[in-house]
Ligand binder design. Structure first.
Ligand SMILES: [Zn+2]
Length: 333
């Protein structure tokens, strides 16, 4: 089963018992967009350009790349513009992540788990589109300027979620963590043949398989970061202003904007390593599948939950500030 099928199944299973919990997934992206919207109140010319291109705020548009995939949290079918984007970008599901082994210290295109259409490469391409760089045959996607804008509003959020960047791989026994770069060869480095992929944490099952570590970081931790319990509706604007009041250090990007996505992917690797190292694997099973495939049952303690909530608050704030900085760099006067 490919990554999307696994993710879709996980969401479906997870939501059987959680009712309104399907709404959680949108919160992280909306908070990132809302922080950027508030920061951009100080940059009215940039904000006006965004409004003109999108016909919406960054907070609203930050979820469209997921809504285009038919995510249930959107509570509506894909819009005409989302459907058109998917029509021109059949690989859009790959744009949201990269899978750099957590043993690595930096993102390097061509190494195990990266691809020409991963989150770093597509973000760089979207930056080119907004700068008016003419299309090339090697482009990883086909985006109009408005699509490049709403895709960036989403991907800047995703690239600050550790399990969208750092990945854990195991050997064929599903027991020993490995870095496929060490003995694997390009293009696939033996992933799916000699090495098993945890698919961004989707195959690291929590609570007996009711949910998984990817969705824990995507959804559950966002509410914990806001000091809320699972069944509460998040006040996005309020949480965004709360995060703005405590800006994280080391947020301002340096140098050319085209280098930022790669720098952000490299920066988050230690956090991904800790997020994956600190969970306890309680059980593992090799699956019957044409490729090498495992499932792991994992658990974590309250200290992990508190730590993850704290780090998530920082990551959301960073992403919001950096999205605003990217908008000023690309669309500012
Ligand atoms: Zn995404």
């Amino acid at each position: 089963m490919n990554r999307i099928a696994v993710a879709a199944l996980s969401i479906a299973l997870w939501c059987l018992g959680c009712g309104e919990a399907a709404a959680w997934g949108r919160d992280g992206h909306r908070v990132v967009g809302a922080i950027a919207d508030i920061v951009l109140e100080q940059h009215p010319a940039t904000q006006a350009k965004i409004r003109k291109l999108l016909g919406a705020s960054l907070s609203e548009a930050a979820t469209w790349a997921d809504c285009a995939k038919g995510f249930t949290y959107c509570r509506r079918p894909p819009s005409a513009r989302e459907a058109a984007y998917v029509g021109n970008n059949p690989h859009n599901h790959a744009y949201h992540y990269t899978d750099v082994p957590i043993q690595q210290t930096r993102y390097r295109l061509g190494s195990a788990g990266t691809s020409a259409e991963d989150i770093v490469q597509v973000s760089k391409y979207a930056i080119d589109v907004l700068r008016g760089v003419p299309a090339r045959a090697s482009d990883p996607a086909h985006l109009r300027p408005d699509e490049a804008l709403w895709l960036l509003a989403h991907l800047v959020g995703d690239i600050h979620q550790p399990l969208h960047v750092g990945a854990l791989y195991f050997d064929a026994t599903c027991r020993k963590p490995v870095d496929p770069n060490k003995t694997g060869r390009a293009p696939d480095f033996g992933i799916g043949a000699r090495f098993a992929d945890t698919t961004g944490g989707n195959d690291l099952l929590l609570r007996g398989g009711e949910t998984n570590l990817h969705h824990y970081w995507d959804d559950v931790v966002v509410l914990h970061a806001a000091g809320l319990s699972a069944k509460t509706e998040l006040d996005v604007q309020r949480f965004a202003r709360q995060l703005l009041a405590n800006p994280p250090l080391g947020t301002a990007p340096q140098g050319d904007a085209a280098t930022w996505p790669e720098a952000w992917a490299t920066e988050i690797l230690p956090l991904a390593r800790e997020a994956l190292d600190r969970v306890m694997i309680v059980d593992r099973r090799r699956m019957e599948a044409p490729t090498l495939k495992c499932r792991w049952h994992v658990s974590h303690d309250q200290a992990y939950a508190d730590w993850a909530a704290q780090r998530t608050a920082e990551q959301l704030a960073k992403a919001g500030h950096r999205l605003a900085a990217l908008m000023v760099a690309l669309l500012g006067p």
